[in-house]
Write a protein of this length. Structure first.
Length: 131
């Protein structure tokens, strides 16, 4: 992955470190070419405020994931930092506050999770098929 092509506000999508068929999503903040952070909502880590939204060096983020896609947005450094401030006390919750909820809340001001919707449909179809 070309780190030099990453821009502040880009959404980075990678494999989950827990379940490989689930994607993990974060937002890039470039302070300098040697200081690139991924802000993400981690199901396994805690920030100093007790919440699960963390800023992790890109090198650590990609050490346990394969990057699937990077999408550019118009999200600014100030918006990312303000989003972190607003959500730093919140804890990861698969149904109400997962990594996608965090990112879509920042970018679109409307938290949602397409993966959760997809797996909900798969589960409903499975239940309908078993009757």
């Amino acid at each position: 992955m070309g780190e030099q092509n990453l821009k502040t506000g880009s959404i980075i999508i990678g494999t989950s470190e827990i379940l490989p068929f689930i994607q993990h999503v974060g937002v890039i903040l470039v302070n300098s070419p040697n200081n690139i952070l991924v802000y993400h909502n981690s199901p396994t880590k805690t920030n100093p405020f007790g919440g699960s939204v963390i800023a992790e060096p890109l090198k650590e983020w990609i050490a346990v994931r394969s990057v699937i896609e990077v999408k550019e947005t118009m999200l600014s450094k100030a918006e990312i930092e303000q989003g972190y401030e607003n959500m730093k006390y919140l804890k990861f919750n698969l149904l109400n506050f997962n990594c996608e909820h965090f990112v879509t809340g920042l970018v679109y001001h409307e938290p949602s999770s397409k993966q959760l919707q997809f797996w909900g449909i798969i589960g409903a179809l499975f239940l309908l098929n078993t009757n």
